[in-house]
Write a protein that binds this ligand. Structure first.
Ligand code: ZN
Length: 438
């Protein structure tokens, strides 16, 4: 079965439910850039796809960065003098600023206040805060909770965490193809109970791998499940000699919300994956956006740093920071939907299908148009020259001069790549085209 056949045979409705179920399973786990939450997450992904886990020791130098100490947390709360826990880690792992150092003391609200973070504009949402590279501690709470704390009260404050030498954990899933040339797919696994950013991307990558593992493919596919920023830097540092195999790449994030699609181009701006996403999103209808590269966002920042400049873009629905729920407790299981996840999968597989099938042909009858009718290729009676297949055949025959591949033809003609590929196969079958040898 080819990828094209697979795309047309998958039950996307069921896949959406399965993708959502994986997000729901991972949602309660307290992840950070290191620690047992990441390991637990990767163990669960391994039930779905082949996965190799790597442990990189704290203190390892990775380009200009150093792999940090490993952070783990068991419990945390703020308790009033009557023994009532007002803020509790066990209720939501967002309540503790990620990488908080341990604390166990009694203090007044005035002493506690600099360590508390809220969202005054969304009083019932808990913000998500981190302090990876500065040793601090903090609690994130609903603003409505903060308003109930009293100046004349003393509070017991506990964060039972450890920050010590350990490891940074990441995993790779590698699906070998006919060619050693690779397509890189990267998702970050460092956020705690947050769904769109980025369990949606983790689930999408997992189900891409699960789908592609069932069929033969031309490219090799490498899926990275890595902590944001430091994970990408660590991976690049350890794989520098192999990145020349990467022909196309994509960072996945925020793919479960109900917004239209957004594709952010690679730094190079017009490489094949940029063009393939642009083509697919254009034909899916209005509202989808293609953005130029900017040096902020997700791990495309590292893959597209000038020393690598890899052909890696970023696929999203609503970009980070452009939905109010971003980095808050409202980015929860209600904010994403199975249908959005499965449509993001369908769209990504359409892009991979283009990358898999984008090849150049040579017209075997280039002197004037071949007579399609006598070969049964012109839908004779009633056939109209606006018929997409006829138009696609004329485009393919005309541009198959060795200089244009099928995606060039789809772009020039405005005809969907699927139709261009289908007629190219038909013309090849009738001896009118042959694939240009590389
Ligand atoms: Zn984030």
């Amino acid at each position: 079965m080819t990828l094209t056949d697979l795309r047309h045979s998958l039950d996307f409705s069921q896949l959406g439910k399965d993708m959502y179920q994986l997000v729901a399973e991972l949602y309660p786990i307290c992840r950070s850039i290191t620690g047992d939450g990441v390991r637990e997450t990767l163990t669960r992904l391994h039930k779905h796809i082949p996965l190799t886990t790597h442990e990189v020791p704290s203190g390892t130098q990775v380009f200009d960065w150093t792999v940090p100490k490993e952070w783990n947390i068991r419990d945390a709360y703020i308790r009033d003098s009557r023994g009532v826990k007002i803020v509790e880690f066990k209720e939501s792992n967002l309540h503790v600023m990620s990488y908080s150092v341990p604390v166990d003391c009694r203090m007044t609200l005035r002493q506690l206040r600099p360590h508390l973070f809220t969202l005054p504009d969304h009083q019932d949402w808990i913000p998500y805060r981190t302090s990876y590279y500065e040793e601090r501690w903090g609690f994130c709470l609903r603003h409505s909770q903060l308003l109930r704390l009293r100046d004349d009260e003393e509070y017991d404050v506990l964060i039972d965490s450890t920050l010590q030498d350990g490891y940074l954990t990441y995993a790779e899933s590698f699906l070998p193809g006919d060619s050693p040339d690779e397509i890189l797919i990267s998702a970050h696994v460092c956020h705690p109970s947050l769904c769109n950013d980025n369990l949606s991307g983790v689930s999408l990558a997992t189900f891409m791998a699960k789908s592609l593992a069932t069929i033969p493919h031309r490219f090799s596919y490498r899926f990275l499940f890595i902590p944001g920023t430091i994970g990408a830097i660590t991976w690049l540092s350890r794989n520098e000699s192999q990145v020349s195999r990467i022909r196309h790449g994509i960072v996945l994030t925020c793919v479960g919300d109900s917004g239209a699609y957004t594709y952010k181009k690679s730094r190079r701006g017009a490489v094949e994956i940029d063009r393939a996403f642009t083509h697919v999103l254009k034909h899916l209808g209005s509202g989808n956006r293609v953005l130029d590269f900017v040096p902020y966002g997700y791990d495309e920042r590292q893959f597209c740093s000038p020393g690598f400049n890899l052909p890696v873009g970023c696929f999203m629905r609503t970009p980070h920071g452009q939905f109010p729920e971003y980095h808050t407790s409202a980015d929860n299981l209600e904010f994403i939907h199975p249908r959005n996840l499965s449509e993001s999968l369908r769209t990504s597989l359409s892009v991979f299908d283009i990358l898999e099938n984008n090849r150049a042909y040579l017209n075997q009858n280039p002197k004037c148009e071949p007579q399609l009718g006598k070969r049964g290729l012109y839908r004779a009676i009633g056939g109209s020259n606006t018929d997409t297949d006829i138009l696609a055949m004329l485009w393919v025959l005309n541009l198959s001069d060795g200089e244009h591949a099928l995606l060039d033809i789809a772009e020039s003609s405005g005809i969907p790549f699927d139709a261009v590929t289908r007629v190219a196969a038909l013309l090849e079958e009738h001896g009118l085209l042959s694939e240009k040898s590389k």
